[in-house]
Design a protein around this ligand. Sequence first.
Ligand SMILES: C[S@@+](CC[C@H](N)C(=O)[O-])C[C@H]1O[C@@H](n2cnc3c(N)ncnc32)[C@H](O)[C@@H]1O
Length: 272
Amino acid sequence: MTGSHVPDGARAGAGRYGRDLFEPQDPHEAGRIDAGALVYDPVTTRRLRALGAGPGWRCLEVGAGTGTVARWLLEEAGAGEVVALDRDTGALAALESPRLRVLTADLTDDSLRPGGFDLVHARFVLMHLPERRRLVSRLAGWLNPGGWLVLGDAVELPDVLDTSSAYRRTMDAMWQALRTTIGTDTSSVPAYPRFLREEGLRNVAAELVCPPLVAGSPLARFWSETWRRMRPALEATGHVDAEAVDEALAYLDSPRLAELGPGMAMAWGQRH
Ligand SMILES: C[S@@+](CC[C@H](N)C(=O)[O-])C[C@H]1O[C@@H](n2cnc3c(N)ncnc32)[C@H](O)[C@@H]1O
């Protein structure tokens, strides 16, 4: 079994992010998302800055989560307007600006028409939505001429020679459980540059970032929180029992921790 590429057949269920896993009402959910944002915001914002995000831009932050990127666009980049879209916008309550519009909506709702944007950004969102290819078209269709679509999602870099460690088995169980419960799939993330070209975008490029996984770091905290949230689903895969998950959690918090990945791939392209 190798991470997200597990050939485990079609999804068993028709669950959705936020309803069947990672419910936003859970008191630990915002902290989990914030831990991931702490790791990846510097990467994301460096790219958005390089693409020119700044004054006058109308931006759409898709799956805005706790709003860290929306806040950066407003407060650091000085964007003209930021629309922060999420199926649950409860975690955006602290974000206040006359240039912010909070849009509570499901991205898969076909009646959604948020307008035209100079930047559409989605991080760790499409990987969780089975309709991802159709959604790339949709997001590209919301770009103004000259506007940028920027997609960031996880890429697993599994040590395929390790078939037995508690860490590997827990990580693999996580990808399998995500896939069978809510349809998460990272196998098409390397195809994002091609998807953007297929949408007629130009100046398409991509990069892969794999921040160090060190005990006590926000990234280690993100994975341990994720596994804790998913514990019943992990054990239901049959690949790990409670003891293995405990061992994997202890390893994440130990100085012995030494792993590469998962990382984040970002791909971007510009409307003519
Ligand atoms: C893993 S979090 C990422 C949050 C944020 N983009 C970040 O990187 O910090 C995924 C976010 O996408 C939102 N989301 C999931 N499915 C959605 C959908 N169908 N429509 C809108 N938002 C969705 C979730 O509510 C959550 O805030």
